[in-house]
Design a protein around this ligand. Sequence first.
Ligand code: SAM
Length: 218
Amino acid sequence: MPLYIVATPIGNLEDFTFRGVKVLQQVDQILCEDTRHSLPLLQRYDIHKPLSPYHDFNKQKATPGIIKQLRNGETLALITDAGTPGISDPAFYLVRACVEAGIPVIPIPGPSAGIAALVASGLPTDRFCFEGFLPTKKGRKKRLEKLKEEDRTIIFYEAPHRIERTLREIAQHLGDRKVVIAREITKMHEEYIRGRISEITGQFKYKGEMVIIIEGNK
Ligand code: SAM
């Protein structure tokens, strides 16, 4: 006990908090989505702790054992591939199980792609909603239809190969709104593409990780 939820950089490795590093250096074990992915970051910060995988494909099987470790007095930290665990990744599953088991959960805040994109977007930030990933098949249309009247700025995550299709479908259901594509935030090719959805999708040539920010219904 407890479980620490530690945010890690979303690109630039310097975006790691002092406290995040300190906690990871002190815990008994670190749970991470992909050990190969997290290893360079951990080595760079002199963090040498046992790593154990925790991802969408093993979360159900792994959770009871983790709860047992925590109950036995071990201190664990959960990190994900990038950003704040719990935001569009498997962390929620473990946090819920800890809460149900009465195990303290302590967040160590840091970067999150959606918030970074929002604050640089130039679209209103006083009220916003986070939609994460749209369903890839069933329920996609329904979700977009529900968002038609949403008047807050909307944040979407999307996989690079689906961005163009998603933008076209957002335009179909919500109209040709103002959009900001925040691409490769904190990385070498960081870029903010602003315009109407129709202006961007016409000649879509962008690569890498992206957040889509859409203006709310006026
Ligand atoms: N937990 C993470 C967070 O706090 O931002 C998000 C994890 S989610 C699985 C991955 C998605 O976040 C990507 O598909 C992309 O939409 C967005 N993302 C992550 N890093 C990014 C970056 N450097 N630039 C733009 N978008 C990024």
